[in-house]
Design a protein around this ligand. Structure first.
Ligand code: SF4
Length: 217
């Protein structure tokens, strides 16, 4: 009797797992191909719960597994829009990844507040200088982060009202979740060329996000 009950429970669990996996996959593909966000909270829940199985399934069908992170980032951008856009521009921070630096970067990395860029005049070898100059005019604080733990600490210490994060899709999805956990609405902008060094970004898109305010009709 006990084995029969156990057997049934295993079958029910396996069916529920398979249904959730297929639904999550279909919703992700729909969102990715149509840019229309449906059932955002369900998709975020299912993709967090089944992150690895979904990635493996996509790889099996020779589809780029970062699709899961792309969809998560787009959903979080949409869900956070109103809260983010309601904040003042000068109460926001911009978190940049240190992989943007040039290999010849002369700046020192501080464990306390990240990288101190030498600026456009003194160096200007990467996008950090231009973004720092533009953000200084806007009143947006810029931090160049060596990793996720640093980024989370900066959010807790500087207590911004909102954050714009820049990273590869994978780190962006994780970073936006961390921002939500510490109560800071985030907008994410993916790298245009991901990697470990000399990555690139769309500077205009980042500035646009930093300045984003609620649309008035
Ligand atoms: S612009 Fe700033 S961050 Fe970029 S390489 Fe030069 S000093 Fe380093």
């Amino acid at each position: 009797m006990i084995f029969e009950t156990l057997g049934r429970a295993v079958v029910i669990f396996a069916v529920a797992f398979a249904v959730l996996l297929v639904l999550a996959l279909l919703f992700c593909l729909f969102i990715f191909h149509t840019n229309r966000i449906i059932f955002p909270n369900f998709v975020l829940f299912a993709t967090s719960l089944l992150y690895e199985p979904l990635r493996r399934l996509l790889s099996f069908f020779r589809v780029d597994p970062t699709l899961i992170d792309r969809v998560s980032v787009e959903i979080r951008n949409a869900l956070n829009y109103h809260e983010f856009a309601a904040t003042r521009v000068d109460e926001r921070v911009l978190l940049l990844p240190q992989c943007l630096r040039s290999p010849e970067c002369p700046a020192k990395l501080s464990a306390v507040d990240g990288l101190h860029c030498a600026g456009k005049e003194a160096c200007g070898r990467c996008a950090i200088a231009e973004l720092s100059a533009a953000c200084e005019e806007l009143g947006v604080k810029v931090f160049v982060s060596p990793g996720g733990t640093f980024a989370k600490r900066i959010l807790l210490q500087s207590q911004p009202k909102a954050v714009v994060g820049v990273a590869c899709y994978n780190n962006l999805a994780e970073g936006m979740l961390n921002a939500k956990l510490v109560g800071v609405p985030a907008q994410g902008v993916p790298l245009t060329t991901p990697g470990c060094v000399s990555t690139t970004v769309d500077i205009d898109k980042i500035i646009e996000k930093c300045k984003m305010q609620k649309e008035t009709k």
